[in-house]
Design a protein around this ligand. Structure first.
Ligand code: PTJ
Length: 262
């Protein structure tokens, strides 16, 4: 794999850096081929929100963290894209939320599961990883897509399934799970089906959620319950769409021709 040679002064340095990480992950057998396409779609939506954490995403993150801190069997799921982009943060987040970690793949192969486990163990050799030998299946999902761990997603009351396929999100909701997703596309089926949708880049969302978990751990249960009860995912998705509309209107009216920053 060629080294990453882009100079830090490049205006799109970070975008190119994360693309390079995906290329590396592809070579290591971590990433599904469709993971590249999914990333491109995410990048496009990130442009639309302004490549910053928007207020409705901050609100969704707070509700998600509160729900996780209240959960009995919380599980954080990790797939190929997530392992490529935020492996260390995934481990830190699961620990901060007191959640178990499950490798759960849409395009599951045993080789990819092994490659992802190896990648995660670089950051914590002793980390417990579920999903290596899953014995249960999500009802009404055919073949490899539905395989889950008895001790993990199967048993979970609250699950975080970032960058997820809508069909599986819907199936998890149908199983009675409380589903949290991270998805830059507010129009995706996952975004529309989940109980809490964090419309943000996972690269920004996970570090912020780790911070929130550390802060919110100190709150009494009653306060956490009130945060969850007052949360309305429909309103949050609408607010993200309105943010995009207003931002695009402002850009269109102000002009973007040869503007260096948007
Ligand atoms: O590793 P696997 O086998 O589990 O497969 C993972 C992918 C992502 C390929 C699989 O789950 C898939 O096909 O997902 P979709 O249906 O393409 O949905 C992924 C969603 O994540 C899309 O709506 C993207 O906009 C969004 N997305 C992509 N990159 C990011 C993102 N959301 C947040 N942060 C990102 N960096």
């Amino acid at each position: 794999m060629a080294r990453f040679m882009v100079p830090k002064s490049h205006p799109r340095y970070w975008s190119l850096y994360y693309r390079h990480r995906l290329e590396e992950a592809m070579e290591k057998g971590i990433l599904a081929r469709a993971g590249m396409i999914a990333h491109g779609r995410g990048e496009a939506f990130d442009y639309l929100i302004g490549e910053k954490t928007v207020k409705p995403a901050e609100e969704a993150m707070k509700a998600a963290v509160a729900k996780f801190l209240l959960a009995e069997h919380p599980v954080v799921s990790v797939n190929g894209n997530v392992a490529a982009l935020v492996p260390e943060e995934t481990i830190k987040l699961a620990k901060a939320l007191n959640a178990r970690l499950e490798i759960n793949l849409f395009y599951r192969t045993e080789e990819r599961v092994r490659a992802i486990a190896e990648e995660l163990r670089k950051y914590d050799q002793d980390i417990e990883l579920l999903g290596i030998n899953p014995t249960r299946r999500i009802p009404n999902l055919e073949s490899e897509r539905g395989k889950v761990d008895e001790e993990g997603i199967w048993k979970a009351d609250v699950v975080l399934v970032p960058l997820e396929d809508g069909d599986r999100t819907e199936a998890l909701v149908a199983m009675g799970k409380f589903v949290v997703t991270v998805d830059l596309n507010p129009l995706s089926r996952s975004a529309r089906m989940a109980d809490i949708t964090i419309v943000d880049n996972i690269i920004r969302a996970y570090p912020r959620m780790i911070q929130l978990a550390e802060e919110m751990k100190k709150l009494p249960r009653g306060d956490l319950e009130r945060i969850v009860e007052s949360y309305d995912n429909g309103k949050i998705l609408s607010s993200v769409l309105i943010h995009m509309r207003d931002r695009l209107t402002k850009l269109a009216e102000g002009g973007i021709w040869r503007k260096k920053e948007l």
